[in-house]
Ligand binder design. Structure first.
Ligand SMILES: [Zn+2]
Ligand SMILES: [Zn+2]
Length: 961
C-alpha cells in the first residue's frame, strides 16, 4: 500500500472500480446554463490585470506574492529584508536560490537545474554552456559612467532604463522587420514585447534618398550638425506623447559610442569622406569574416569590421559581407549569420561593437582541422550562454529591461529563421523522402512528383509547426488507446511573484517581467517538481500516464495543461470521492488563514459580469467561463459527464475591487497543491468520453489547422496554388520574451509519459516512401533510410527472437528498444514506452491495407508473412485483409473514421467519409454511417452551442429513407 500525503484519502477505496451508473447523480436545480462547463478552464483568470485591483492585506497575514501586474514602480524591494520572502504556507516547496556555480563558465544556477540530466560528477551543466562545450569570450566591461546608468537610481538613469528600447532604436543601424504587437500594452500592465510574423533586420543606404529624412545608420552620416534633434525627431513621430527623452542622455550616448564603438567609427569615417567630397560614389563593406578564433576574441578593430570602397566593388567582397550603397532608396535585408548582426541592432548592449554570433565559432577543445558540423557553436548555444548571470560580472543585456525582452525575441527569431532557411533549402529531399504519404498512391509515379514540388513543406520535426502539433496530438491520443481517458485535467501557471523570484530580484532594479528567462527557469523547476509529485510521490495515487503541453498566454507568462491518467485502482468511482481532492469553496478564514489567503489570491474568478463588464472573460456580455456558477450542496455530474463541484452557500466570501465574491466564483483547486506551489493551479476531474476531445482540443490548438493542411495536400494533384507551410507558419506565429527564453533553453513544449514511439512502415520495395517518418530533419537528410530500417529491422528481429514473435508491430516497443545509432532492436530493460503506427488514408489502398494488417499480425518475418493467412499467401494486402474477414462488414472503415476522429476536426471526417463514398470502397455505406454519424457530426453541435451561447441544444437526427 502506498503512503499518500494527507490530503483526504482516509476513506479511499482501492478495489471497487468505476460503475458508470454511479455517475448519474444529477442535481435537480441544474439548468442548461450550468450544464455546460466546457470552457471553464480559467488559466488566465488570476493573471489578468484588468480584472481586479488588488487590496492591501490585513496585518496578521504574512505578505502574499501577489500576481500584481498593475504596478510598474521601481525599487519596491529595497525595504524588504531577506527573511521575509518566504512562502505563505509552511508546506510551500521552496527551491532556494542560485547557489550552484558552473565551474567552467561561472554561470549561476538553481540546485534543481544543476541536477537535471546530470552527467556523472560533472561540475558544469547543460543549461549554461552545454557541459562546457560552449566557449565564448566575456563581453568587455562597459565604460563605468555608462554602466552606472544601468545600476543607479537617479532620475536620468531611471529615464534611460524606462526608455531604453527607444534610446537603442535611436542609435541602432538596422531596423527590425517583424510586426510589433503594441495592442497588448494598453492599460497599466507591465510592458510586454510581442512580435508577429517573420522577423529580419534591414539596413538602409549610406545617405537618405532625395527629399527623405535620415534614419537609423544614416543619422551617423547625414546632417550630423543636427544629429541629436534628428535622432529625437525619428522617434517623436512614433509616439506623440513621448517628449520624455533627455537631451543629456542622447548626447552622452553619442559621445560614449563615438569613442568606443567600432561600427560607429566606421560610419563616422564615411561622414568625414562625404564632407570632404559630397559627390563621391562610396560604398561601405561591413566585413562578414573574422580571421581570429571566435572562442577567445570578439572585439574587432574598426578596420576588421568595415572598409570603405570608392568606385567599383573589388574582388575582395566575400559572400557574407554586407555592402551598403551610397543611395539606394531601399532597405537591404542582412543575414543573421553576420557577426555584426547583433551589434548593428543593439549598440546600447554592445557598446564596443563586440561581435555577436558567427557560424565558425568552434566548441571547446576542437581544432580547425576537425571537419564536423556539430563541432561548432550553434546559434541557440550562443544565446543560452550569453543570457546567464555569472559570478562577479554585470551584464548589460540582462539588465536592460524592455530591451532585454526585445533581445530575447529577436534572438529566438534568429535561431528559428536560420532553421527555416535550412528547411526551405532542403525541400527537394523532404518531398521525396518522407512526405509521399500525404499524396495519393496514384501520384507516386515519377512523372507527377514534379507536380508536388510546388508545395513547401514544414516537417513535423520542426517544433511548433502544424505537423508537429498534429503528431504530438496523435501521440497523446494513442496514450488514450492504452490507458483510457484521463482522470484529471490540471492547469499549472507561472507566478511572477514566487518567493524565489522576489529574492532573485531583491538586489536589482528589475521587475519580474524584466527577466522572462528567470520566470521560465523557475516555472520549469516548479513544473518538474509538480510532475514528480504527481508521478513519483503519488499525490493523487498511482499515475499510469501523463501528458502536458506548455502554452504562453497572450501576456507572455507560461502555463501548462496537464492530463493525468490514473491507475485503475485510483480512478474515482463515485462523485463523493471528488470532494477531498478538489475543492471549489472558500475556506474558513479563521481555521486556515493560509489557505484562505491563497484561495483569495489565486483561485477566485472575477469579478466579471455586471460588476466588471470589461473583464477579459466577458464575451458578448456573458462570462465565457460561465462564472458565477450555481450554489450546490453536493458534488454531482451533469448529463454531459462534467462535474458540478460542491459550492455551499455558507456565507464565506472574499472581496475584490469592492465586490464580494462567494463560493460561486471559486476556480476548482486542490488544497495541498495550492499550498505547496503557491500559484494558480486549477484541478478538474474528468473521466468521460464526451469531454476528452474538448480537453485535448484545448491543449492542442494545432490539430484543426494541421488537418486542413493535410487535407489540402491530399489534393495536391488538382491544386495548382502553391501552399507554403513555412509562410503559413510565420503568418500565425506571435512570440513573446518568455516563449523565446523557453525555446532558447530547449525546454519541452510537449511532454508524455510513457513515451510514444512513432513506428514508420513502407510497402515492399518502396523504402524511399516511408509512412510515418518522423526523425529529426538532419537525420532524414543525412540517412534517408533510418525509418525504413526501423520497419525492416522489426521483421529481422522476428527472425531471431521468439519473444518478438509474440507481438504485433504496435506492441513491439513495449518490449524492445530501437538502437538509433546501430539501427537494431534490442530487448527493453528499463522504461516504459508505447508504439504508434502512422495512420494513412483509405484512398492510399495497399498502404492502408498493410497498416490494417500491421495492427493484427504478430511477429511476421517478411512481407510475405504479413499477407499470409492460414498458410496461404495472398497476392495483395487487400486480399489478405479480405481473407481475414476484416473488410466484410466495413468494420475497418468504421474504425478508420473513429480513429481519424482523434485528429480533431469533424470537417475532416466528413471529407474522409465523402472520399470513401466516391471511391466506392465500402460495401455497405449505410452501416458505416450508422456507426459513425456521431463522429461525423462532431463539431457541429459544439460550434452551434458556441455560436448561440446555448449549452442545452442537441442534434436531432432525421433520416429520410
Ligand atoms: Zn556552464
Ligand atoms: Zn468571468
Amino acid at each position: 500500500m502506498l503512503e499518500l500525503p494527507n490530503i483526504g484519502f482516509n476513506n479511499y477505496p482501492t478495489s471497487t472500480l468505476a460503475n458508470k451508473s454511479n455517475y448519474s447523480v444529477l442535481s435537480k436545480d441544474m439548468t442548461s446554463r450550468t450544464a455546460s462547463t466546457i470552457c471553464q478552464f480559467s488559466s488566465s483568470i488570476m493573471l489578468n490585470p484588468g480584472c481586479h485591483k488588488l487590496k492591501r492585506k490585513s496585518k496578521h497575514l504574512s505578505p502574499i506574492p501577489l500576481i500584481d501586474l498593475t504596478a510598474d514602480i521601481e525599487n519596491i524591494h529595497e525595504v524588504v529584508s531577506e527573511n521575509l520572502i518566504v512562502g505563505i504556507s509552511k508546506e510551500y516547496l521552496d527551491h532556494g536560490d542560485q547557489i550552484v556555480v558552473c565551474q567552467t563558465c561561472r554561470a549561476k544556477l538553481w540546485t534543481n537545474e544543476s541536477i537535471r540530466g546530470k552527467q556523472k560528477k560533472s561540475t558544469n551543466f547543460s543549461l549554461c554552456c552545454g557541459y562546457g562545450k560552449v566557449q565564448l569570450p566575456d563581453l568587455k566591461k562597459a565604460p563605468p559612467t555608462y554602466e552606472r546608468m544601468f545600476q543607479s537610481n537617479d532620475c536620468k538613469s531611471k529615464n534611460f532604463r524606462k526608455n531604453i528600447r527607444r534610446y537603442n532604436s535611436m542609435f541602432s543601424f538596422t531596423s527590425m522587420g517583424g510586426k510589433i504587437d503594441s495592442s497588448i500594452n494598453r492599460g497599466n500592465a507591465p510592458y510586454i514585447f510581442r512580435l508577429g510574423g517573420q522577423n529580419y533586420h534591414s539596413i538602409g543606404s549610406l545617405l537618405p534618398a532625395k527629399g527623405l529624412q535620415p534614419k537609423f545608420s544614416q543619422l551617423y552620416i547625414y546632417d550630423t550638425d543636427n544629429e541629436n534633434s534628428n535622432r529625437q525627431r525619428c522617434f517623436r513621430g512614433e509616439n506623440q506623447q513621448s517628449t520624455s527623452f533627455d537631451n543629456d542622455i542622447i548626447e552622452e550616448l553619442k559621445v560614449m559610442l563615438d569613442s568606443n564603438n567600432v561600427l560607429v567609427s566606421s560610419y563616422r569615417m564615411v561622414r568625414d569622406a562625404f564632407q570632404k567630397n559630397p559627390h563621391i560614389d562610396m560604398k561601405l563593406r561591413i566585413i562578414g569574416k573574422r580571421n581570429r578564433d571566435g572562442r577567445t576574441y570578439n572585439l574587432p578593430t574598426a578596420s576588421e569590421v568595415a572598409a570603405l570602397i570608392v568606385g567599383d566593388i573589388s574582388d575582395s567582397i566575400e559572400n557574407r559581407d554586407i555592402v551598403v550603397q551610397t543611395k539606394s532608396g531601399f532597405l537591404q535585408r542582412i543575414s543573421e549569420l553576420h557577426p555584426s548582426y547583433l551589434p548593428l541592432q543593439y549598440p546600447l548592449l554592445f557598446p564596443y561593437g563586440d561581435d555577436g554570433y558567427s557560424v565558425d565559432i568552434l566548441h571547446r577543445g576542437i581544432t580547425d582541422t576537425t571537419n564536423s558540423k556539430r563541432a561548432t557553436c550553434t546559434m541557440r548555444e550562443f544565446f543560452a550562454f550569453r543570457i546567464q548571470d555569472r559570478d562577479h560580472s554585470f551584464s548589460l543585456i540582462l539588465n536592460s529591461k524592455r530591451l532585454f525582452q526585445q533581445f530575447l525575441v529577436d534572438a529566438y527569431t534568429m535561431i528559428e529563421s536560420e532553421r527555416l532557411h535550412y528547411i526551405r533549402r532542403q525541400q527537394h529531399v523532404l518531398r521525396c523522402e518522407s512526405y509521399e504519404n500525404l499524396r495519393k498512391q496514384k501520384a507516386q509515379g515519377a512523372t507527377s512528383i514534379s507536380n508536388v514540388g510546388q508545395r513547401v513543406i514544414l516537417p513535423s520535426s520542426f517544433t511548433g509547426g502544424a505537423r508537429y502539433m498534429l503528431q504530438n496530438y496523435l501521440d497523446a491520443m494513442s496514450l488514450c488507446k492504452w490507458y483510457g481517458y484521463p482522470d484529471f485535467f490540471i492547469t499549472f501557471t507561472c507566478n511572477p511573484k514566487w518567493p524565489e523570484v522576489k529574492r532573485f530580484l531583491k538586489d536589482t532594479l528589475l521587475q519580474p517581467e524584466d527577466r522572462p528567462d528567470i520566470l521560465c527557469r523557475l516555472f520549469k523547476i516548479k513544473l518538474d517538481a509538480f510532475i514528480k509529485d504527481l508521478r513519483k510521490n503519488h499525490i493523487f495515487g498511482i499515475v499510469q500516464a501523463v501528458v502536458y503541453t506548455i502554452e504562453f498566454q497572450k501576456r507572455g507568462l507560461p502555463h501548462s495543461h496537464i492530463c493525468l491518467f490514473m491507475h485503475s485502482d485510483y480512478k474515482l468511482p463515485t462523485v463523493e470521492l471528488i470532494d477531498p481532492i478538489i475543492s471549489a469553496e472558500i475556506p474558513n478564514k479563521d481555521e486556515d488563514p493560509e489557505l484562505y489567503s491563497l484561495v483569495n489570491e489565486f483561485m477566485i474568478h472575477g469579478p466579471c459580469g455586471a460588476e466588471n463588464i470589461n473583464c477579459p472573460c466577458m464575451v458578448d456580455k456573458k462570462c465565457s467561463k460561465n462564472f458565477p456558477k450555481q450554489f450546490c450542496n453536493h458534488t454531482s455530474v451533469d448529463q454531459d459527464g462534467f462535474p458540478l463541484y460542491r459550492r455551499r452557500n455558507n456565507g464565506h466570501f472574499v472581496e475584490k475591487s469592492g465586490v464580494k465574491l462567494d463560493n460561486r466564483n471559486v476556480v476548482p483547486y486542490n488544497k495541498y497543491l495550492l499550498k505547496r506551489y503557491q500559484t494558480h493551479i486549477n484541478v478538474e476531474w474528468c473521466n468521460q468520453g464526451s469531454s476528452i476531445k474538448y480537453l485535448f482540443k484545448y491543449i492542442n490548438k494545432g490539430p484543426d489547422r494541421a488537418t486542413i493542411a493535410v487535407v489540402r495536400s491530399n489534393n495536391d494533384c488538382d491544386n495548382h496554388d502553391v501552399v507554403d507551410e513555412i509562410n503559413e507558419y510565420y503568418d500565425c506565429r506571435y512570440l513573446s520574451a518568455c516563449e523565446a527564453s523557453w525555446r532558447i533553453f530547449t525546454y519541452d513544449v510537449h511532454y508524455r509519459y510513457p513515451s510514444v514511439v512513432r513506428l514508420p512502415f513502407h510497402l515492399p520495395g518502396q523504402q524511399q516512401i516511408v509512412y510515418g517518418e518522423d526523425d529529426d530533419i538532419d537525420d532524414v537528410l543525412d540517412k534517408p533510410s533510418v525509418a525504413a530500417s526501423m520497419f525492416t529491422a522489426w521483421m529481422e528481429c522476428n527472425v531471431i527472437s521468439s519473444d518478438a514473435r509474440k507481438l504485433t508491430y504496435v506492441e513491439f516497443p513495449t518490449k524492445f528498444v530501437w538502437n538509433r545509432k546501430d539501427r537494431f532492436w534490442k530487448p527493453r530493460e528499463v522504461g516504459k514506452c508505447i508504439g504508434r503506427i502512422h495512420s494513412v488514408s483509405p484512398n492510399l489502398e495497399e498502404a492502408y491495407f498493410l497498416r490494417i494488417l500491421l495492427n493484427k499480425v504478430k511477429g511476421p518475418r517478411s512481407f510475405e508473412e504479413i499477407r499470409t493467412v492460414n498458410g496461404e499467401e495472398y497476392l495483395s494486402f487487400r486480399d489478405a485483409c479480405y481473407a481475414l474477414g476484416l473488410l466484410d462488414d466495413d468494420k475497418e472503415y468504421i474504425d478508420a473514421i473513429k480513429e481519424a476522429s482523434h485528429s480533431g476536426s469533424g470537417f475532416y471526417l466528413r471529407f474522409l467519409f465523402a472520399t470513401l463514398l466516391m471511391c466506392n470502397s465500402m460495401s455497405k455505406p449505410e452501416v458505416v454511417w450508422e456507426n459513425t454519424w456521431e463522429y461525423l457530426a462532431d463539431g457541429i453541435l459544439y460550434n452551434q452551442r458556441q455560436r448561440l451561447k446555448l449549452s442545452g441544444i442537441k442534434i436531432l437526427l432525421l433520416l429520410f429513407i
